[in-house]
Write a protein that binds this ligand. Structure first.
Ligand code: ADP
Ligand code: MG
Length: 739
């Protein structure tokens, strides 16, 4: 039996375990309860010894036998070949990598236990790289768990740590007693086990457990874990929602003949009906004294920016400030230019303007911008992450807009919201001291315009309205569970006059034809993107690839200006390249995936994506959306290479197929979910959003319904249990617990 760790530290069963503690942290296993909830991926059965005579080809077995022969052979490559005999038959064990210590343990005459997959064959049965230990000792009474782990964190160590945590973690009941949490009647499933019973079982199932029910998570112990997890998630969503409903935000209405109307009048196009509709949904939210928490989803090119501008106009009209944050400098600058063009002439009449904040700004410019933001002269602030940095202090922020929200974590969204909180007042004072503030009002006593009078420095719980935008729509099942706290508006049509993009999947070997096609496009005065994605998780290699392609195209297309854009270029250089492309002088832009979001050059009509097989579906769709923005027929060529493999993997094929078959972002999102599953769909980018580890939204609908029904009851009648439950599952990750 593994020893129970003696120390109290939640994750340190042994002293001087720092690489392992690091490993645990990587896995997010910080508290004892985190370890207790770290469940095995699968199990190994070491509880019995199988006689070789009774074992079948392909079966994973543990044998106990004596070594009768052992040699290092070099044919066809260096390997340790060991013959063992268990009295019923013999078997060959083969090791291609081995240490001298292993060789010693497998010397002739040693009695060993070997565990592995048995392969029958012409030369008798054999095992490749079996796990070997000395024979003797008691057989374990339970299946051996195999845990998800990371490098530097060996299974045996992790097993001990988990076992120790089971004794320390608080596994007491958090479900309310009595009929409220009634499970069986509501779900038709077997009665729930209690948590500690379930965990003990899942970590060390008895050998008679039906492995199938463990593997497909239908075992009652699994049901308990999934029910717990879903309940925690529903509770935390509900608390966030209630918390938000209790907050106040400035109610803002578009004034007749005001900025919104003026903006609409100067736009060079008519809004689509879908844009109008979502505009009204947003306006209705802004008019309420409760903070908006709305996601605006619309396919690439559907025209989200102008909807954002109209929302900003409502806020500005009402005397407030608005911030718009974009994930990349290029995208932020595009927004800035567009919004300056639309709004600055109108704002000038009010003595206001659009300001610009980014990390790469010169100190002097930045200080000037910060002053504009602090005094409120900047009615709208556009920028990158720089917008949420500490030194940025708004005079009276009331609307925060986040573009491509899937690129930002929860922490960043919270940071933007907190820009309005009164507890920022001290920081505000400090910054106002630094910048020239002769015209500024003292901290907390904001100049009053229109309905801005509702706010004062002593107000509590005042939040800005939040509008998030994304081109990666959230599938319905996810919207119901992860984003239950979010209202969703959808732009479901593109502006008129767009021609559909034709997508082709082309083998890398036909690169020449693609280059010929580029030549033809450029000859017609069109422009072309060529994207080189990450080859490995290495920026350096990524760059080599883009540079090589740039050289290749430059050689193949003499007389055409070909630019190169990558994330490690200085910002000024990036800008210069982007300008040449935007203004049409540059025929081809070779880039790494930095242009993935938001770039808007209507004259570009061909998108070539190299190594398309390595990119995710939504990323491919985003890239494709860079073309087809004008009236010219546009195309997207997805170049793929299979490398050493004879063919593409199934998922890569499925992705490329989906790209050819549909241009519809919603259909793409649906297929993406199908190919990847919800956990991955949300992905690391959503980090901070509590993901479901055990429950599956597609199949655990009965459990989800149960949790949705129980959560509000539990919050109202058993708040202490509810809090303990959420804390157990989410620790510091829930916004609820930060409150
Ligand atoms: P996205 O939703 O991908 O952010 P953008 O806001 O960048 O899309 O808009 C894409 C392009 O369509 C821009 O050039 C924008 O000016 C233009 N556009 C937006 N709305 C309309 C409309 N109603 N009619 C015509 N063009 C429009
Ligand atoms: Mg956009």
């Amino acid at each position: 039996m593994p020893r129970t760790p003696k120390t109290d530290a939640p994750t340190a069963p042994a002293a001087k375990a720092s690489p392992m503690v690091k490993g645990l942290q990587k896995l997010g296993l910080v508290r004892a309860i985190d370890l207790a909830l770290h469940l095995p991926l699968r199990y190994e059965d070491e509880t019995r010894i199988t006689a070789l005579r009774d074992a079948h080809d392909g079966e994973v077995v543990q044998i106990e036998a004596v070594v009768t022969h052992s040699e290092v052979s070099f044919c066809p490559r260096r390997q340790l070949v060991v013959t063992v005999d268990d009295g019923t038959d013999t078997c060959t064990l083969r090791f291609f990598n081995f240490y001298p210590s292993q060789q010693k343990a497998l010397a002739v005459g040693q009695r060993v236990r070997a565990r592995g997959e048995l392969k029958g064959g012409f030369a008798g049965c054999q095992m490749l790289h079996p796990a070997v230990k000395a024979a003797g000792g008691e057989l374990p009474g339970a299946l051996t768990p195999v845990y998800p782990t990371v490098a530097g964190l060996p299974q045996p160590w992790l097993r001990k740590a988990v076992l120790g945590s089971l004794a320390r973690a608080d596994l007491s009941e958090t479900l309310p007693p009595g009929p409220e949490a009634d499970f069986t009647n509501k779900t038709g499933l077997q009665p729930l086990w209690n948590l500690s019973q379930s965990l003990l079982f899942l970590h060390h199932p008895t050998p008679d457990a039906a492995l199938a029910t463990l593997e497909d998570h239908s075992h009652p112990a699994w049901q308990r874990l999934k029910a717990e997890e879903l309940l925690a998630q529903q509770l935390s969503q509900l608390v966030a929602k209630r918390g938000r409903d209790a907050l106040r935000a400035p109610p803002m209405r578009a004034l007749p003949g005001g900025l919104t109307a003026q903006l609409q009048a100067v736009l060079p196009f008519e809004l689509t009906p879908a844009q109008r509709r979502v505009g009204q949904e947003i306006a209705a939210d802004l008019a309420r004294p409760v903070p908006m928490n709305r996601l605006l989803q619309g396919d690439v090119g559907s025209g989200k920016t102008v909807v954002a501008a109209l929302a900003a106009a409502v806020a500005i009209d009402a005397g407030w400030q608005c911030a718009l944050m974009a994930p990349t400098e290029i995208l932020a600058e595009q927004h800035f230019r567009k919004l300056v063009g639309w709004l600055d002439p109108l704002l000038a009449a009010r003595g206001q303007r659009v300001a610009w904040l980014t990390g790469s700004q010169k100190k002097k410019e930045r200080t000037a911008m910060l002053a504009l933001v602090a005094t409120g002269e900047a009615a709208l602030v556009v920028g990158t992450h720089a917008v949420i940095q500490e030194q940025v202090v708004f005079d009276k922020l009331a609307l925060a807009i986040i573009d491509e929200q899937h690129r930002f974590g929860v922490a960043q969204r919270l940071a933007l919201r907190s820009k309005m909180r009164p507890d920022e007042a001290d920081a505000r004072g400090a910054v106002l001291d630094q910048v020239d503030t002769r015209s500024a009002a003292p901290p907390g006593v904001a100049p009053v315009r229109g309905e801005a009078a509702t706010r004062s420095g002593s107000a509590t719980g005042v939040e800005p309205h939040l509008l998030m935008m994304t081109a990666t729509p959230i599938p319905r099942t996810l919207a119901m569970s992860y984003y239950a706290d979010l209202d969703v508006s959808t732009i479901d049509e593109l502006p008129p006059g767009r021609t559909p993009i034709v997508t082709k999947v082309v083998n890398e070997s036909r690169r020449d034809e693609v280059v010929a096609r580029i030549r033809a496009q450029v000859a017609e005065g069109r422009q072309v993107y060529w994207v080189c994605p990450l080859i490995e998780e290495s920026e350096a290699l990524d760059l080599t690839n883009a540079t090589a392609t740039h050289a290749e195209l430059s050689a193949a297309l003499p007389g055409v200006l070909i630019g190169l854009l990558h994330s490690r270029m200085p910002v000024a250089e990036k800008k210069a390249v982007m300008d040449l492309f935007t203004q049409g002088q540059m025929g081809v832009l070779v880039s790494t995936t930095v242009i993935e979001v938001g770039v808007d050059v209507p004259n570009a009509s061909l998108m070539v994506v190299e190594h398309a097989e390595r990119l995710g579906l939504s990323q491919l769709h985003q890239l494709r959306g860079r073309v087809g923005r004008g009236s010219a027929a546009s195309a997207c060529v997805l170049l793929y290479a299979t490398g050493d493999a004879p063919r593409l993997s199934d998922t890569a094929r499925a992705r490329l197929k989906a790209m050819v078959e549909t241009n519809d972002g919603f259909e793409i999102a649906r297929r993406d979910l199908e190919i990847r599953g919800p956990g991955e769909f949300l992905g690391a980018r959503q980090s901070g959003a509590p993901l479901l580890r055990f429950a599956d939204l597609a199949t655990d609908t009965a459990l989800l319904d149960w949790a949705r029904e129980l959560a509000p009851l539990m919050l109202d009648r058993h708040p202490v249990l509810a809090r303990r439950h959420v804390e157990r599952w989410m620790g510091g990750k829930s916004e609820y617990l930060k409150a």
